[in-house]
Design a protein around this ligand. Structure first.
Ligand SMILES: Nc1ncnc2c1ncn2[C@@H]1O[C@H](COP(=O)(O)OP(=O)(O)O)[C@@H](O)[C@H]1O
Ligand SMILES: [Mg+2]
Length: 423
């Protein structure tokens, strides 16, 4: 059984191409820093390769030094390609400076002019993903990138972050959507929001979108869904933000098996750097399984007693479900609602035993306007301090330290240990 209309599959891509789709490089961001214009042209021509159709690639001048300068102030992309004319003896120190300004998840491919197997092995051992000797073909470069990001055994590129409310209406969806906006804006990486609240979800409303397809089609298509189809079911909500919306229909009921969303979430994680799950306030087998398996869980609560009790139950249960994974964290929402007695934030977080990532003030006018317009808070009020809170939450859940505006990780890329000795 399928909600999926046949034209989705057959629109323009023959079946053979869909099968090959698995080898498409996911929607990563690549920035190249070249020293010679020929190399820049070579890298730019790689974008015409079919495997690169989803990739965002920009080329810049300046080699390793140019990259270091850029990333002192800017977040790093999924992949950095650097050309270096350095002699082998000087390469380690230069790459070490680059490592210091790189996020932990960023990969580095080096284009060099020295054909030396000892150097190659040393670079790979030090954490460089690939070393390509120039002159090379653009196909060689694309193949290296494909091996890194689209190989059978390649680690998923995406981080899965789920938002769940401690009580209905506490604001899990609002926080999730706005945090995704903040991540997409600051990191400029592609993201997808999965609206898992199939009968009542608000992702479509909040982004002013009413696409014909969404998450339900993906789940119903079950085994048949592949990355190409998933791509077609997504709708673009804003720059770097894609949606898998909820159908929001009561014509049927939505009862799922424990693992029914698993394949879709994994597929999203293989194609998108950031995957935000808007999880309904419910306790079903699949909600529990989702909470147990994603990278980060954020519990959103209002500062009252029922929220406190539920947040504590959720937190305890999630910790028990995934003892070796990241503990859930907490966001308090609708703080300072007029005339409402509140539990103090520190006391709330202490009882729930969760790290408090942020406290978002209650602002009926602002949130009401945003909701009615189908806009994010940053669109309605770009300078409002609430945006800083969303940004800080976003940096935390994507593993970046919030203090660095550029979003640097606390643990920078592993230093080239072998190279250190040679340096
Ligand atoms: N900080 C806030 N101040 C005022 N209203 C808010 C705030 N956060 C969310 N809201 C509003 O609360 C309502 C419920 O939010 P929603 O995110 O849909 O909650 P949930 O996902 O928990 O059901 C929405 O109308 C939203 O606009
Ligand atoms: Mg919701």
């Amino acid at each position: 059984m399928s909600f999926l209309s046949p034209e989705i599959r057959s629109k323009d891509e023959p079946a053979a191409d869909i099968a090959q789709g698995a080898r498409l490089i996911p929607r990563i961001t690549i920035q190249a820093f070249c020293e010679n214009s020929q190399t820049a042209q070579l890298v730019e021509s790689a974008i015409h390769d079919r495997r690169m159709s989803k990739v965002a690639l920009t080329t810049h001048n300046g080699g390793i030094e140019g990259a270091v300068e850029t990333y002192k102030a800017n977040p790093t992309p999924n992949l950095i390609i650097v050309e270096t004319g350095h002699a082998p003896a000087e390469m380690p120190a230069a790459l070490e400076r680059l490592a210091e300004v790189c996020d932990a998840s960023t990969r580095v491919v080096v284009l060099g002019h020295v054909n030396d197997v000892v150097l190659y092995r040393a670079l790979i051992r030090s954490g460089i993903s690939e070393y390509i000797v120039l002159p090379a073909t653009s196909s060689q470069i694309v193949t290296a990138i494909t091996e890194l990001f689209a190989a059978e055994n390649a680690a998923p590129i995406g981080r899965t972050v789920g938002f769940i409310s401690a009580k209905g209406g506490a604001g899990g969806s609002t926080v999730g959507h706005n945090v995704c906006w903040a991540i997409a804006t600051v990191l400029r990486q592609d993201s997808v929001i999965l609206d898992m609240d199939l009968p009542f979800g608000t992702a479509g409303l909040n982004f002013n979108q009413d696409p014909p397809h969404g998450l339900a089609d993906a789940v119903m298509a079950n085994q048949k869904v592949d990355p190409t189809m998933l791509d077609r079911l997504m709708s673009k909500a804003a720059n770097h933000i894609n949606l898998l919306t909820a159908p929001v229909t009561l014509d049927r009921t939505f009862d799922f098996e424990e693992r029914e969303f698993e394949a879709i979430v994994e597929m999203c994680q293989n194609t998108m750097p950031v995957v935000v799950l808007d999880i309904p306030h419910a306790w079903t087998a699949w909600v529990r399984h989702t909470l147990a398996t994603i990278d980060e869980v954020v519990i959103v609560a209002e500062p009252d007693l029922a929220n406190l009790r539920n947040a504590k139950n959720l937190s305890d249960t999630i910790k028990a479900l995934r003892p070796t994974e990241n503990a859930p964290s907490l966001v308090l929402n609708k703080i300072g609602m007029p005339r409402r007695p509140e539990i103090h934030a520190a006391e709330f977080a202490q009882s729930v035993e969760c790290q408090l990532l942020g406290q978002i003030p209650f602002d009926a006018a602002l949130f009401g306007t945003a909701a009615n317009n189908g806009q994010m808070i940053a669109e309605v009020a770009a300078n409002n301090k609430i945006n800083d809170i969303y940004r800080a939450i976003g940096m935390h859940v994507t593993g970046r330290s919030a203090t660095h505006h550029g979003g640097k990780s606390s643990k920078a890329m592993k230093l080239p240990s072998f190279l250190k000795k040679r340096a």
